[in-house]
Design a protein around this ligand. Sequence first.
Ligand code: SDX
Length: 430
Amino acid sequence: MTEKKATLNFEGKSYDFPVYSPSVGPDVIDISKLYSTTGAFTFDPGFTSTASCESDITYIDGGKGVLLHRGYPIEQLAEQGDFLETCYLLLYGHLPTKAESDDFRERVTRHTMVHEQMHRLFAGFRRDAHPMAIMCGVVGALSAFYHDSTDISDEKQRMIASLRMIAKMPTIAAMAYKYHIGQPFVYPDNKLDYASNFLKMCFSVPAEEYKVNPVLAKAMDTIFILHADHEQNASTSTVRLAGSSGANPFACIAAGIACLWGPAHGGANEAALNMLEEIGTVDKIPEYVARAKDKSDPFRLMGFGHRVYKNYDPRARIMQQVTHEVLAELGIKDDPLLEVAMELEKIALTDPYFIEKKLYPNIDFYSGLTLRALGFPTTMFTVLFTTARTVGWIAQWKEMIEDPKQRIGRPRQLYTGEKSRDYVPENERK
Ligand code: SDX
């Protein structure tokens, strides 16, 4: 097959660069030799047109609002599978047979507890510390407790570290929540499925019996599936870049958590709910929509817009359905914030500004309403996103480590600073 190429004319010369075609999506122009052949860099702040790696884990068609994990549409995974099956799919590349699934669940369940000494780590934080601050600290500290799974050159250790993080993240997240509200930690209950165990660790107290509501557990499991992985988003790219230096997997995931916390990224679910509370009632919506459109006002509609989706985020559609199911199960009628959210969505989707800029609700627009109804405070919303996204970060980190072409990531720059100049002794400075 004739090799596709792109030709660049630069300073009177022309240069050919190979073009590779993906299994689906845009072609890529391989510019890895651009600097060595032309002496020029590319310039793409925010990486709006740059593929950082080759991957076969997740694909998003932003124009059509499609999200595939190893080829399977997110709607089918959410509808027919569960979170641990999605974890297996992301890690191994195929849907597990019954035997593979049972073995994987058993291996994850074996690692749900954390080293008992980690309990004392929490005591170092103020009670009012943001749970995401605690997650950054405690997950980063995992490498201080699990030395036997930090050698990334050993495939067995990579897998144990992966299983440990998938299994322990709900336990650590629940501990961050319990510490934050001053209640005792609840140990995992290995008789329960992943989502039920998480809800019990968060909401049960030693003083009373706790029964998991299966409808709410299913909703929690679906929320985990929807947040599991999403191509090369900011936090995944952070994990890959940290991993490219050979840093241990726990440190890489802690770096991803720090990045996810930003309100433009995973922190948007907390920001979106705070925004809905600030708007408060439907009659205040026009004022906020006007502010979102006003260039001189930094206010943005949180939970709206996306770098890749220029159509409805398919996860948001499923999230909206889960919201209705949870509110119905809890007997919450006419939730004023849901009313504001639905009306805000309706207005925004008919407003020329949002239509022209292709701004649609993303996953964070509805997730906050559901998580609040489940009983989580807004400060826990990004912790839940972290818990789910851990498997995506790990799958992408593993793919990068196992890629024979991988090298340390080291971007260049467009330097606009001072040219070389001589030092001026202090007594001669003006
Ligand atoms: C997540 O990457 C991923 O996959 C992330 C994620 C994942 O699963 O990992 O999907 C999770 O992070 C979802 C996004 C959550 N963030 C928010 O909801 C915060 C609000 N959204 C925006 O901050 C923004 O839309 C981003 C950050 C999501 C995307 O930013 P881009 O791609 O850099 O787009 P942009 O900021 O250049 O915006 C394009 C235009 C701008 O106007 P102009 O300068 O062209 O005139 O649209 C405007 C923006 O001002 N715009 C908005 C807006 N989002 C973009 N205007 C009002 N409200 C908004 N929410």
